[in-house]
Design a protein around this ligand. Structure first.
Ligand code: GMT
Length: 383
């Protein structure tokens, strides 16, 4: 099939997932057209059947806010018309689902029919989407998508709770390429981070408030008092200055390393002994799944879709939001001896297998095929 994928090109989970999906579909001989404002960060190297169409947003002195949504809708129209696109798959409702609706209306006026699938990722529903500034548009564009998917059962339930959705939402879990993430750790890299063979604790995110970076640091502080450890903080975002200041205040600068945004996450996860994700909310927690695939058990909060991937006492633990003492104790329980740690590590890998790319991508392909067939029967060529 010829598939148009619209996503955020940045390090956020929705853009990562959309890019990995596009790459996997291309591997399976589909042709994939990414439509976004910047080359997606995980879209590296050349592949004959992957195309990238940049959305340009011409500015004009009148515009305090350049109209990205209009530029995106116009680019979608252009890409669909000129590349034989069979369907559009948009990731993250705002503004992708409403831009897709607009593009679809324009195309239909010209007799060109293209179904739209919207995948909901989390904050597009639970945080930004529910804000009354956006809510009517989000609800409308979800209801006018031809198929809707959510990345966890929790997000599906939240969507029904927050909006008046008249359609079925299918859960298709996020995935990880287990083979790629099951890397042997690079010894020299481990030694740089943990020269005295300390445990390596890791957190990766976009450093937004919802991630509670300060809790990551407090959990680490407590753990480090019992088990010598080093904390690797991967990513960047608005909370980073606060986090750096907190490390200085707690006199932890020698034990905590900020490595910024990183491309080759599989190399980094390979040296992690434990992953921390004490977020206020996570619809799924893709970074936790990637960490598990790399063999790191997870200590997280009991929120959103996290209980759908973390099994308490098996591959990690979940505590209450803000309960740093409890989460630190969980981390100690996992790392206290090698036998326990290796059991958790093995279980984390096994759990990641359940979300392997080879199991999940066919679910998207099946949805594409079913939708394309039914859409063409009823809309493109009605009898
Ligand atoms: O977590 C973020 O702030 C990024 C956000 C995004 O849309 O890029 O992540 C959301 O989508 C990911 C991929 O589906 C999920 O794994 C994250 O849990 C989800 N984040 C939240 O729900 C806060």
């Amino acid at each position: 099939m010829n598939i148009g994928i619209v996503c955020y090109p940045t390090f956020g989970g929705s853009g990562v997932l959309a890019t990995e999906l596009g790459k996997a579909l291309a591997e399976k001989n589909h042709t994939v057209h990414f439509i976004t404002y910047q080359q997606p960060v995980r879209l590296t190297g050349f592949r004959a059947n992957i195309f990238y169409h940049e959305v340009r947003v011409p500015t004009y002195p009148l515009f305090d806010y350049p109209p990205y949504e209009s530029a995106l809708a116009s680019t979608m129209v252009d890409v669909v018309k000129n590349n034989n696109i069979d369907l559009l798959h948009v990731h993250y409702a705002i503004p992708h689902a409403s831009a897709a609706y607009m593009a679809k209306q324009i195309l239909e006026k010209g007799g060109r029919y293209v179904p739209v699938i919207t995948t909901l990722h989390g904050t597009d529903i639970t945080l930004v989407g529910r804000d009354k500034t956006y809510a009517p548009v989000v609800a409308f564009s979800i209801n006018h998508s031809d198929a809707i998917t959510a990345v966890s059962e929790n997000l599906k339930e939240e969507t029904y709770k927050i909006f008046n959705i008249e359609k079925d939402i299918q859960v298709i879990y996020n995935f990880v390429d287990v083979q790629r993430f099951r890397k042997k750790p690079i010894d020299a890299f481990r030694k740089v981070i943990a020269p005295d063979n300390e445990r390596i604790i890791m957190h990766a995110s976009n450093f937004r408030k919802i991630k509670r970076i300060e809790d990551v640091i407090y959990i680490f502080k407590k753990l480090n008092e019992t088990i010598p450890s080093r904390l690797l903080l991967v990513g960047d975002g608005p909370e980073r200055p606060m986090a750096e200041a907190l490390c200085r205040e707690l006199d932890l600068c020698d034990d905590i390393r900020f490595v910024g945004k990183q491309q080759d996450m599989e190399e980094i996860f390979a040296i992690a002994d434990l992953f921390l994700l004490p977020s206020e909310y996570e619809s799924f927690g893709l970074s936790a799944l990637e960490a598990m695939a790399g063999g790191a058990p997870v200590v997280a909060t009991n929120v959103g879709g996290l209980p759908e991937i973390i099994k308490q006492g098996e591959n990690g633990y979940m505590g209450k939001v803000g309960d740093v003492d409890q989460m630190a104790q969980y981390a100690i329980d996992i790392l206290k001896d090698d036998a326990t740690f290796l059991k958790f590590r093995e279980n984390a890998r096994k759990q990641a297998d359940r979300f392997d790319i080879t199991r999940i991508v066919p679910q998207y392909e099946k949805l594409y095929e079913q939708l394309y067939e039914s859409y063409c029967k009823t809309v493109c060529n009605p009898v």
